[in-house]
Design a protein around this ligand. Sequence first.
Ligand code: 1CP
Length: 344
Amino acid sequence: MKPQKTILRALAGETLPTPPIWMMRQAGRYLPEYRATRAQAGDFLSLCYNSELATEVTLQPIRRYGFDAAILFADILLVPQALGADLWFVTGEGPRLSTITTQSELDALKPAADIHDHLNPIYTTVKMLSQELPSDTTLIGFAGAPWTVATYMIAGRGTPDQGPAHALKAENRAVFDGLMTRITEATIAYLQMQIDAGAEVVKLFDSWAGSLLDQDFIDYSIKPMQQITAALKKSHPNTPVIAFPRGAGERYQGAHAAIGSACVAVDDGVDAAWVAQTVQPDGCVQGNLKSSHMVTGGDALVAETRRIVDALKGGPHIFNLGHGITPDGDPENVQLMIDTVRGG
Ligand code: 1CP
């Protein structure tokens, strides 16, 4: 049977007259209603693990804008926490984790099969969403890709150049590879449970893929995402995967085939016309609009949105930003972007 929802049709390879649309970080601090619910939850992690409130913030941008997809409200760092790492958020700074840089620290992590008790509230959120979403809205589940998750587990925080992860890769390949394997196994198990709970699509965020050079990019960004995609194809053959190797540049070419994903999400570092010529012939593409347009708005936002829609109209395309909307984004600019995509 052919899919009915626009996002699923685009992911199945269909070229639509108007691209379906959603936005990375569409539930987030730029929305006053998100800030209110987050205050009610107390802190960010409590919001992630409170299924009612996580469902509420996932639905907020759907109610306000009618996006074609909702993305589960959670975080890529819940998997390290489920594996036994300590995780907390420092206000105004970002995440902090206990670090994994030695064999004994790696050995102390839980097996991948043991993550589900901890992550059960997330599966409950997915179930609640699949019941509450409008019938034409697609539910997207997600996880971090192994390299990106490993960069946080090794450094214990976000890093501008992923230096600590590159250093461990160079100095203790056995621990690095062991950690990558553990994350890969946990990610497969986590996404399988999200799909069983009702996620119709899953997305892999490799936000720091761009700092992997040459063969490392293949070995640590492409291959783990390929392994996860292949495992999901086996267990859940009808669930499309969106892969986002952010910062891949020219290496977006051939990424569909190398990963085996239905869709490749591109950041704003590549040109839409180049994407149309070299990436889109292999399958659905998503992304590309600079997030800063959500801050600045105006004619430039309209012109750039039209340019991307026009460049990618000859193939399967899901309209999105090249990265998440920032907290200083203006909710009215989001509406302007949507009106431009839908209204021409
Ligand atoms: O204060 C707050 O309310 C927390 C801000 C916030 C939010 C809204 C964080 C902390 N995470 C999230 C939600 C989130 N994170 C989603 C929800 C769905 C949606 O898109 O609406 C998703 C998909 C993520 C994924 C995520 N978390 C990524 C990959 C995507 C990306 O942005 O590159 C990464 C790298 C993270 C880690 C993380 N979580 C939060 C922050 C501030 C960060 C980045 C830390 C850093 O390196 O600086």
